[in-house]
Structures are given as structure tokens and as C-alpha cells.
Design a protein around this ligand. Structure first.
Ligand code: ADP
Ligand code: MG
Length: 689
């Protein structure tokens, strides 16, 4: 079945034009009714008045009340986009920016990228006529680098401010400055900037205080009762518990879709496979269950699937990351399964090490999640932990700025001309230790001079690239090491979620398959091998003359071959495609910067030397007892089982990521020579010893 325009799943029958027109009409009517029934519709005029009256306005409203989709349209119709100005809306999550923009474009009856568009890192769907622009908070920060007055905007809406991502926090400080600067400026080009901060949490006080007692308004939602169910005992394996619960609901409860909160792509894809497998064991009549994943690196054309109803008589199971907590509202959900975990960044300033860890949610998050079951009628939420555990949860999540590496934001603030990081007016100040450590990190990467100014050209070049500073530096170095081709692929592949997957039940098979790409030198070269093999399949077109028809046939054929190849080799096609997208974008950036793009060919020694020069901060040396010790932090680590160097005997490695489960593991590991470190990063390795 394919998804047809009217939002229902149909088979591929051609529709007559007439049917199409009446469908389109019905769809418009449906959307109009949906919009009118949103809680926010009744306060439209009042909201517009408030925005006119106040330069800073805080809007608090329950999730699903219509804030994100409706308010920008209200402002547009009230004339805030006159004289070519735009309304900009920031989201902490890429998926939200994309799906909401698509929805609003449809509501307005326009093509995406015209009046309504979105812009996220590596994907821009806006044009000169875009007036309502959804984007990530990080992207607006980048725009400020090129346009310090954010002059194209009449209104900036910082949405989902309660999430308190590091970008949102920094953005708030920046917007405060932009507002002041615009007021001071006599130039008519810069009328005052309106600022709206939207949040799902009831506590508007922090934002209001930060903006000098700014006005806050509350929008009443409509919430139906939700039954909360707990497990009697703690669950050892929450993925398995979630699976059992999905089928329990499916077989015992009446109609209604299910929303399951998982921690990331890998977990979601594993559950997807497990559900399929168990379905096959059920009698035919019980198999009417479809799964739909949603996570941030899902290709944007697939993201919209979660909003479509399941085929007639089927139940939909949405497998989501935290995205579905407040950022996107999926209609039809009656059951929520909440294992109670979330993937979060964590930073240890003493060691300068950031890692992704899976931690329990906060109480506020648990409440938001259960609330998702009661939007359209009474619902049920299954918390996969005992009630006594709930009481032990933190009240709310700690702002990200308190638990992440700040190198990236400091680099950007410096590029924006904010030299005194300690003096910057943060809504919540990061610890002094974290700032110092991050400055040190940037200094080690050569982005800062001795007196803590952005270095020329390296620091400025690094700030221009939309990447983690260590990756930006790697690209700059690679152009000197004549292996920028290889590094571009590496950085693209490191920017996506795992490319290999290893289903539990086919562990051996998948390991054998992965071996044909494995390089004895390590994971970086292995990733390049996978990328190039995929590229060959998707692009090798020697055998077809270039005509439009051939092109189509070729594309369909190569897609098919690619899909089969992915399946046979246990490769995640989605991740590879995403990496190809990212690759072409970063390539554009480095071309613009005038970096020399050459390949080192078969000279992988040269490439490994470049990896050593780039990632010297993350190097580790084998210890007599078999573990590794990270140089910078002194931590004892092990090579992750997913690495091609797992259980190998190499002496010295560089790595990109540390994950902490029961042990500390390093991932994306490559073999290097210890001597290279003292040669290529003497400033660090003489200092350390
Ligand atoms: P809020 O920002 O207050 O949480 P939203 O504006 O995101 O609320 O959502 C308002 C309504 O629009 C919800 O009922 C939601 O289900 C619906 N909606 C949002 N995006 C889509 C979409 N892509 N497809 C269908 N419905 C959508
Ligand atoms: Mg919203």
C-alpha cells in the first residue's frame, strides 16, 4: 500500500480527477474543522493584542493546544509579515521543525518552501517568499553569525523553551541582545523585534524573570482522564517489557493507537523487528498491527507517516523517541507505554568528557508522556516501573547547558563577538569549571589564540562549519593531509546513527556480513568502505546512456539493488542515505571555504595520521591487563563490541565516542602509532607527560 494525499492508506489505484478534487475539498474541510476546534482558536484575537502590546511575551499552553501550528498563522494574518519581514519559529528538534512546517503549509494551502518553509542543518526548504519559517534553535544561532540584527524577522518565537536545550538557552541570551541593539539602532531597517517564548511547562517564572518580569499568558487545554498503571516489580529488560505490553494492549484492549517511548534509533528499529516477528506467530486475524517509527534522523519523507491513520481495522504502534513527548502531537493515541528512560547528554568537566547516557526521566517528563494518551478521550498509560520508583524521580530535567560540552556554543559566541563568556547573560550560568574546560578544549584544537580570541583563519573557519568543533578541525587538517575526500565521508558517517545493525537473533550472520567491510586498521576506514560500496551501487551508471527514461529505470533498479544489498549485509539503509545527504552538504561548505578536496587514494597511513592529528584528545593506550587508558582523562576504557578492533591487540588508538553502560566503552576506534601523537600534537603530549 502507498500513502495517498488524502492521508489514508490506499492501494495504488488511479483516482479520477473528479474524485481527486472532491477528496481535496473534503481534506480542506477536515483541516478547517480541526483548526477551529483547537483550544487556541478561541483566543486568537486576544493573543494578537498581547503580542502587539508586549515586546516579550511568554505563552504557556498544554501540548496539542495549537501553539506551534497556529500562532505563526495568526501573526501572519495580523500583518506581522508586511514589508518582507518573516516570523521565525525555533524548535529544539529537527523532526518537529519539518513535520510542523509541512502541516502548516498544508493548512495554508501552499506548497512547502513558498510562504511556509523550514530550515534545519543540512536541509533548507525556504525561499525569498517564505514568511513563516520553522527552524531549529541551533540554526537561528548560525543565522545570527551572518545577520547580527536578525533583520529579516519581525517576530521570533522560541518554541518548546521548557526543553532548555543548550541552543535554546544561548539563543535567549542572544535574542535579548538583538532586541536591545535593534532598539538602540536609529536605522529604519531595524524596527523593534518581537519575542515570544512558548513552553509546555506551567512554570513560566524563570523566563519571565530573565526578561525583566515579562508578561505570561496561559492557554487552557482539554485533557481527558488517563489511567496510570505501574508494574509490580522493576523490569530487567524494558525493551522486552515494552514488547509484552504492546501485545497485551493489542490483544486485550479495544481500538486506539499506541505510543511507545524509546531512547533512540537502534532501540526503535530493534523493537520494530521484534514486533514483526511476534506478529508472524499470531493467527492471521490478530495481525492487524502496524508499526511506525519516529526519530530525528529518520528521512523527512518518512517522518510524516506517523500522522497518517492506520489502514482500516488496524492498530498503529508509534515507536518514538522523546520527540513525541511535547514537540509533535500524533492524533489517535489512546495508550502510552513509558519505560521511563531517556537518552541524555552528560558532561564531566573535570575529565572534559561528554557522553550519551540513558537515564530515568523526570517526573515532569513522565507526566507529559502520560498526558499524550488523553488528548482525544480517556486513555491509559503503562509505566514500566513500580509506583515507588516514580516518587524517586527528579522533579524536572536539568537544563542541558549544565551537562554538556560547551566548546561548540563558545565557538559560536566568540564568532558573534561575545568575547567575555563568563560575563555573558545566560538564563542559567554553566559552571565555571565547564566553561574553563571547554575553552581549553578549543585552545587545544587551535581555535583560540593565547588571549582567548578566535584564531585566524582556523578558529573562524571552524565557526563557519555546522559541525562539532573537533570534526570541523578534522576537515581543515585533512585538506593539509591530502585526504579531505576520506575525512568528508568519515565525518558524514560519524554524524548519523549506527550504520550496521545486529539483530539479536541473527548476531552471527550479521557479524560475518560486517566482516567484508572491516578494515584491520579500525572503524573509520571500515565506515569509508561501507560508504563507497553504497555509492557504487547507487551511482555506478556506466551501462546506461543518459536519457530521462534510462535515468528513471536506472534509479528504480539501483534502489532495488541497494535495498537488497542492505538487507544481505545488515546495513541500515536509512543511515547510509542520511550520511550521503550530510556528505553533500558539508562538501558544499568546505568548497565554499576554498579547502582543497583531494583523496589519499590507497595511502591509508596518511589518513590514519590525519585521524591522529585530529582526534589526539581522544587517544588511548593498551594496559598490561588488557584494558585501555584514555590519555586525556586517565579513564580506564574498553573497546566497544561493535568495533572492528574489539578483542584485537593494538597498542594505541584514537576514538570518537565514549558510551557508558556497565563499563566505559569507546566507539569508532582506529589504530595509530603512539609516536604520531608526540609528533602531530606536541602541545598536548609534551604537556601531559
Ligand atoms: P502545540 O504546539 O500546542 O503542542 P500543535 O500546534 O503542535 O500544538 O498541534 C496542534 C494540532 O495539530 C494537534 O492536534 C496535532 O495533532 C495537529 N498536527 C500537528 N502536526 C500535524 C501533522 N503533521 N499532521 C496532522 N496533524 C497535525
Ligand atoms: Mg508545540
Amino acid at each position: 500500500p502507498s500513502m495517498a494525499q488524502n492521508g489514508r492508506v490506499t492501494t495504488d489505484f488511479k483516482q479520477s480527477n473528479q474524485a481527486h478534487n472532491s477528496n481535496a475539498f473534503a481534506r480542506r474541510e477536515e483541516i478547517r474543522q480541526q483548526r477551529e476546534s483547537l483550544p487556541i482558536a478561541s483566543v486568537k484575537e486576544r493573543l494578537i493584542e498581547e503580542v502587539k502590546k508586549h515586546d516579550v511575551l511568554i505563552i504557556v499552553g498544554e501540548t496539542g493546544s495549537g501553539k506551534t501550528t497556529q500562532i505563526p498563522q495568526f501573526l501572519f494574518s495580523a500583518g506581522f509579515c508586511r514589508e518582507g519581514k518573516s516570523v521565525g519559529i525555533t524548535q529544539p528538534r529537527r523532526v518537529a521543525a519539518v513535520t510542523v512546517a509541512k502541516r502548516v503549509a498544508e493548512e495554508c494551502g501552499v506548497e512547502l518552501g513558498q510562504k511556509v518553509g523550514y530550515s534545519i542543518r543540512f536541509d533548507d526548504r525556504t525561499s525569498g517568499v517564505t514568511r513563516i519559517k520553522y527552524m531549529t534553535d541551533g540554526l537561528l544561532l548560525r543565522e545570527a553569525l551572518l545577520d547580527p540584527y536578525l533583520s529579516r524577522y519581525s517576530v521570533v518565537i522560541v518554541d518548546e523553551a521548557h526543553e532548555r536545550t543548550v541552543h535554546t538557552d544561548v539563543l535567549l541570551g542572544l535574542l535579548k541582545n538583538v532586541q536591545k541593539a535593534r532598539l538602540k539602532s536609529q536605522d529604519r531597517k531595524f524596527p523593534p523585534l518581537k519575542l515570544i517564548i512558548m513552553s509546555a511547562s506551567l512554570d513560566a517564572r524563570v523566563f519571565s524573570e530573565y526578561f525583566g518580569g515579562a508578561r505570561a499568558v496561559h492557554i487552557q487545554g482539554r485533557q481527558h482522564p488517563v489511567d496510570i498503571l505501574y508494574t509490580l516489580y522493576p523490569e530487567k529488560d524494558y525493551v522486552d517489557a515494552a514488547l509484552v505490553t504492546i501485545f497485551q494492549i493489542h490483544l486485550e484492549e479495544r481500538h486506539g493507537d499506541i505510543l511507545v517511548f524509546l531512547t533512540g534509533q537502534e532501540e526503535i528499529e530493534a523493537v520494530e523487528r521484534l514486533v514483526q516477528e511476534r506478529l508472524r506467530q499470531l493467527p492471521e486475524s490478530n495481525r492487524k498491527l502496524v508499526t511506525v517509527p519516529i526519530f530525528s534522523s529518520l528521512p523527512s519523507e518518512q517522518q510524516m507517516r506517523v500522522f497518517m491513520p492506520a489502514p482500516d481495522g488496524h492498530r498503529k504502534v508509534v515507536l518514538a523517541t522523546n520527540i513525541a513527548e511535547t514537540s509533535v502531537t500524533i492524533p489517535g493515541i489512546k495508550f502510552v507505554i513509558d519505560p521511563g528512560f531517556v537518552k541524555a547528554r552528560s558532561y564531566d568537566p573535570a575529565k572534559g568528557m561528554e557522553s550519551l547516557i540513558i537515564i530515568p526521566t523526570s517526573k515532569a517528563q513522565a507526566l507529559q508522556r502520560s498526558g499524550r494518551a488523553g488528548r482525544e478521550g480517556p486513555g491509559k498509560c503503562f509505566r514500566l516501573y513500580p509506583e515507588s520508583e516514580f516518587e524517586k524521580l527528579e522533579d524536572s530535567t536539568k537544563p542541558e547547558i549544565k551537562r554538556c560540552n560547551l566548546a561548540n556554543v563558545i565557538l559560536q559566541l566568540k564568532a558573534l563577538g561575545v568575547d567575555d563568556i563568563f560575563g555573558f547573560d545566560f538564563i542559567e550560568k554553566p559552571s565555571r569549571a565547564a566553561i574553563v574546560k571547554s575553552l581549553e578544549h578549543l585552545f587545544l584544537l587551535g581555535a583560540l589564540t593565547d588571549d582567548c580570541k578566535l584564531s585566524d583563519p582556523v578558529g573562524h573557519q571552524m565557526a563557519r562549519l555546522p559541525l562539532d568543533p573537533i570534526y570541523s578541525k578534522a576537515l581543515i587538517l585533512a585538506s593539509q593531509f591530502n585526504c579531505l575526500e576520506e575525512m568528508l565521508i568519515t565525518v558524514a558517517m560519524l554524524s548519523v546513527d549506527s550504520v550496521f545493525y545486529a539483530p539479536r537473533e541473527k548476531l552471527d550472520e550479521s557479524r560475518t556480513a560486517a566482516k567484508c567491510f572491516a578494515s584491520p586498521d579500525g572503524d573509520h576506514i571500515t565506515l569509508i568502505n561501507v560508504y563507497r560500496a553504497a555509492e557504487d551501487l547507487l551511482e555506478k551508471r556506466k551501462w546506461v546512456p543518459h536519457t530521462e527514461r534510462n535515468e528513471k529505470i536506472f534509479k528504480a533498479k539501483s534502489e532495488k539493488i541497494f535495498k537488497r544489498w542492505c538487507k544481505e549485509n545488515f546495513i541500515n539503509g536509512r543511515s547510509v542515505r542520511h550520511a550521503r545527504d550530510i556528505h553533500s552538504q558539508i562538501r558544499g561548505h568546505v568548497e565554499q571555504m576554498g579547502l582543497r578536496i583531494t583523496s589519499c587514494g590507497d595511502d591509508m597511513l596518511q589518513f590514519r595520521r590525519c585521524l591522529a592529528a585530529s582526534f589526539f584528545i581522544n587517544a588511548a593506550l593498551k594496559q598490561p591487563e588488557g584494558n585501555y587508558r584514555a590519555f586525556g582523562t586517565g579513564q580506564v576504557v574498553q573497546i566497544h563490541p561493535s568495533s572492528v578492533l574489539f578483542q584485537s591487540k593494538v597498542e594505541c588508538v584514537v576514538f570518537n565516542e565514549m558510551v557508558q553502560t556497565t563499563n566505559k566503552y569507546i566507539r569508532n576506534v582506529t589504530r595509530i602509532e603512539y609516536m604520531w601523537l608526540t609528533e602531530l600534537a606536541p602541545h598536548y603530549y609534551t604537556m601531559q607527560s
